[in-house]
Design a protein around this ligand. Structure first.
Ligand SMILES: Cc1ncc(COP(=O)(O)O)c(C=O)c1O
Length: 454
């Protein structure tokens, strides 16, 4: 008999735990009732029995005979091993069991080795307490966009108000709009969303007690970018974050901390995240390797309350099943090879790269746009958010005029919550253009604005 009695007990206990939703509820020791954040569609999702068994397969003790899943036999695949050469001259050799994993179905939350590494990573970066993972979980997503989309679809009902920073990343409004939810804009300045503006907006829905108690017709979510926001480049200061977090607790909200530019900051210290200050289980944080390792790998991860991450997992079970194992194994092998010191060193070099790029764009803006436009100096991210005071709406200038003059930018209007609103702003990205092209681009832009102002 290959499975000894100990293993059998383990198997039975694990199966019982996985399949009892009642038990899942009691294991979670959260004070917040997360039903408030789960819509009817999401509440109807049930675990896929086959996907749950894949979790068992990944963590089963040696000797377990797995006859359950429709798993293709890896020996029939044409790939045997891979070597990924790195720019520093070293290489990642992926072969044997690791290569088998890269080619095979994996548990929905992610490749187990990567999940383990990412939990350690989050604990270090956000200084999470040991008990954090008792109540919270992490799921690897296909870019942070995937988790963001599933989280919003998990929570919003038609007509629901959702608090969002305005201007807003169009990738987020593209999720919210077709759900027929109502974006309620919160004003920002160079330090991100303004706490008093948040409180003013919330008070229009009732007192903190009234909003907290209601499930319908009141905002339950606050969407924001903490670091180097898209498109404004604003980073929310720690003090502001504390004020915002306090309001979020008072009004029984969950913060959707969409923070793909977290490591693209230009300060000495990493920012203090909302996740790191969360004591009540009110933060669903979206991270991304797109800006720091590769956007094509499509690796993001969501961290937050178990009850909510589990709902995203059930959606993933029914859609992609899991993020590409190939990508996950490449990232996991890199993290293993580098360790946290080398990874931090890599982040430092990216920060310097983009800081130099930002400075180059600021220099070009000073040279060509002074007196024609206004901007703040971003402390993080990829963007300069530029206002042209003499023009009521930049859409025509930036699209038609820009194309004609050979400079492409994004008009501010594309980042607004309402379709017919006007914007004096546009977004310029300093990431890929050369210093010469940035200079030439802003010279063309200055001519364009001058012509428009005539
Ligand atoms: C604010 C914001 N959130 C999410 C994303 C999506 O990133 P990912 O490539 O991880 O899906 C982006 C991409 O530009 C972004 O700017």
């Amino acid at each position: 008999m290959l499975i000894n009695s100990l293993n059998r007990c383990w198997l039975l206990a694990t199966v019982a735990r996985r399949f009892s939703s009642a038990n899942l509820k009691s294991v979670s020791m959260q004070k917040i009732n997360y039903d408030r954040f789960v819509n009817a569609l999401s509440a109807r999702r049930k675990p896929s029995p086959i996907r749950e068994l894949t979790k068992l397969y990944a963590s089963a003790p040696a000797g377990t005979i797995f006859l359950a899943g429709g798993i293709p036999n890896g020996s029939t695949f044409p790939f045997s091993q891979m070597t990924v050469e790195l720019k520093d001259g070293s290489s990642l050799k992926i072969s044997g069991k690791t290569m088998e994993n890269a080619l095979q179905y994996q548990p929905t939350p992610g490749y187990p080795a990567l999940i383990h590494q990412l939990k350690k990573f989050q604990s270090e970066v956000h200084k999470l307490k040991e008990l954090f993972w008792m109540k919270n979980d992490l799921l690897v997503s296909t870019g942070s966009q995937d988790a963001l989309c599933k989280a919003l679809e998990m929570s919003l009902e038609e007509g629901d108000p959702i608090l969002v920073q305005e201007p807003i990343y169009p990738g987020t409004s593209a999720i919210i709009r077709p759900l027929n939810a109502k974006m309620v804009p919160i004003a920002q300045d160079e330090e991100g969303i303004i706490p008093s503006a948040l409180e003013d907006v919330l008070s229009t829905f009732g007192t903190a007690e009234e909003v907290s108690a209601k499930s319908n017709g009141v905002p339950k979510l606050l969407y924001l970018n903490s670091t180097g926001a898209n498109p404004t480049g604003a980073t929310i200061s720690t003090l502001r974050k504390k004020e915002i977090y306090k309001i979020v607790c008072e009004y029984n909200l969950v913060i959707m901390e969409d923070d793909p530019y977290y490591f693209l900051h230009f300060e000495e210290q990493d920012p203090v995240s909302f996740l790191s200050m969360d004591v009540e289980g009110r933060v669903l944080r979206f991270d991304s390797f797109s800006k720091i390792l590769s956007s094509g790998l499509r690796i993001g991860f969501v961290t937050g309350p178990k009850d909510l991450v589990h709902r995203i997992e059930l959606h993933t079970q029914a859609s992609t099943m899991h993020t590409s194992a190939f990508s996950q194994v490449v990232v996991s092998t890199l993290l293993e090879e580098w360790g946290s010191a080398k990874l931090q060193q890599h982040f430092k070099s990216i920060q310097k790269f983009y800081k130099d790029k930002r400075d180059c764009m600021l220099a070009a803006a000073d040279k060509h746009l002074k007196g024609l436009a206004e901007w703040n100096v971003p402390k993080a991210g990829m963007f300069l958010w530029i206002r042209v005071p003499g023009i009521a709406d930049t859409k025509k200038l930036i699209t038609e005029g820009g194309i004609l003059h050979g400079v492409i930018l994004v008009p501010g209007k594309d980042f607004l919550c309402t379709d017919d609103a006007k914007s004096q702003y546009f977004r310029a990205s300093y990431t890929v253009a050369s210093p010469q092209d940035i200079d030439k681009g802003f010279e063309r832009l200055a001519n364009l604005i001058r012509e428009e102002n005539k």
